[in-house]
Design a protein around this ligand. Sequence first.
Ligand code: DX5
Ligand code: ZN
Length: 230
Amino acid sequence: MLFDRSIKIAPSILAADFANFGAECRAIEAQGADWVHVDVMDGHFVPNLTFGPAMCAALRPHIAGVMDVHLMIAPVDPYIDAFATAGADIITAHLEAGSHIHRTLQAIRATGKKAGLALNPGTGLDAVPQLLDLVDLVCVMTVNPGFGGQSFIASQVAKVRALRAMIGDRPIHIEIDGGVTVATAPLVAAAGADVLVAGSAVFKGGSGGNPAPYGANIAAIRAAAEAARG
Ligand code: DX5
Ligand code: ZN
């Protein structure tokens, strides 16, 4: 994975057709997705359950590009090797998921995968400077994690701006996750984000259409974000 700060759209398959994940992954990539975002939830760290490493391994042959695995689980450490073996390219853990995020990020890096740090909306940036040497991505949650289709929390835009300044020239992605739409993408792109996760806004229109409308949805979010960067 080469690093750059171009706008990348990462559809969250949480909003895909659960009976057709393989086809949905192939469809979004064919229609312009840069990364595929996989939301792993445990019913404990967040109030919802999705899927685990076996699902990631099953999806891997259907994803040609980057598999971006967002772990909303606690504890994290016992499962890192399983997600690495399942073929994740990026493994993101939450700061709030345990007392030892530094150790968790080290363990992710030790697998040879890229390491991501996710921050809930109620979490500040205080810990981030101490972790910058261990991360390839910081994910700013713009909803409280657990469900797709929630409204964007605008107070996070200032956090993105401060994070962008903190990162400086380091090769660290800023990812936004939650409530990203054509209307909100410009706010975070202007503040310095480069990876935009979008579930409902990409998959709206469903897989029933032929072709599915994913390409137009992805292109619209990308165009709005790029225009805001000037
Ligand atoms: C929230 C997940 C997100 C979510 C995004 O817990 O981490 O990835 O699926 O969905 P939308 O774009 O619908 O807010
Ligand atoms: Zn996510």
